[in-house]
Design a protein. Structure first.
Length: 288
């Protein structure tokens, strides 16, 4: 007999737009981006994965929309959650459920952090270079919606979508940073790999060439980098488990990291304000 509690459990939905073009060849041009059918994702982790800090609720009876809310109070740029390894692991290739953490590196969150919505005025910063999720420049209060700016991590999104956050700074059509102008990204915190790729794009540099030998060497380098990153992540997890990491010096480092990542910023500029806004989610996550 079905467990009533299990039946009522909220199942969050995967973030839109990260699915690769070749995952599905159906014509989706005329479909509402909110209800695009993507490969079903059945959570394989214990839920809720972050019960002390994250609350996930239905935003619609259709169950296509969910929202995440903070359960904690944090000052600006404090660590909200860590992208620890495990549960995170490096992905062999990008999918709609991965988060970009380098020019050619992507990770699987393998937790309910996957279900944090997009907003053009986000309440969180996904600092994938340091594997931290930080509170935004206004900090967090219980009840604040958890959101982040998807192009701050993603260079290319196979399924751009219309943002309905309704803020004065709403960017409208949201795709990867590759397809956005400098003006659209102005004042927003961006990961280092996104800023580097923007510099390459704007200077006319190409990150790829057609030489097969060079491509083979790049592929070998990527494989080696994954091995090194896995070892580094294991060391990081071990170190975190044996030493404390919440001190004033680290808090200052997080603040400086956040300020340095703001696109178009000058020294000391905090960037765009964070609000509890946003909420474009689609997909068909199935109940466990």
């Amino acid at each position: 007999q079905a467990d009533p509690a299990k039946k009522e459990r909220v199942q969050p939905q995967p973030v839109p737009g990260f699915r690769r073009d070749d995952d599905d060849d159906r014509d989706t041009a005329n479909l509402d981006p909110e209800i695009l059918t993507m490969a079903p994702l059945t959570p394989h982790w214990t839920q809720p994965s972050h019960p002390d800090i994250q609350d996930i609720v239905k935003a619609s009876e259709t169950e296509f929309l969910t929202k995440s809310f903070s359960k904690v109070s944090l000052p600006p740029f404090a660590v909200y959650a860590k992208m620890s390894f495990p549960p995170c692991d490096l992905a062999d290739e990008p999918t709609y459920a991965t988060v970009q953490c380098g020019k050619a590196k992507h990770l699987n969150l393998n937790s309910d952090l996957l279900y944090i919505n997009h907003s053009c005025e986000p309440s969180l910063i996904f600092d994938t270079g340091n594997f931290n999720v930080l509170a935004g420049p206004k900090g967090l209060q219980p009840g604040d919606e958890l959101t982040f700016f998807y192009p701050s991590t993603e260079w290319h999104m196979a399924q751009p979508f219309d943002c309905f956050c309704g803020t004065p700074s709403c960017r409208g059509k949201i795709g990867g940073a590759r397809d956005m102008s400098r003006a659209q990204l102005e004042g927003l915190w961006l990961n280092g790999h996104i800023r580097e790729l923007l510099e390459e794009r704007d200077s006319g540099a190409r990150s790829e060439n057609d030489d097969p030998t060079a491509q083979a060497l790049r592929d070998a380098l990527k494989a080696a980098e994954r091995v090194v990153e896995a070892a580094r992540s294991a060391l990081r997890s071990y170190t975190e488990s044996t030493t404390g990491n919440s001190n004033g010096t680290q808090q200052q480092q997080h603040q400086q990291t956040a300020k340095n990542g703001v696109n178009g910023s000058k020294a000391g500029r905090n960037g765009a304000s964070a609000r509890e806004l946003g909420g474009e989610l689609g997909g068909d996550t199935r109940s466990a």
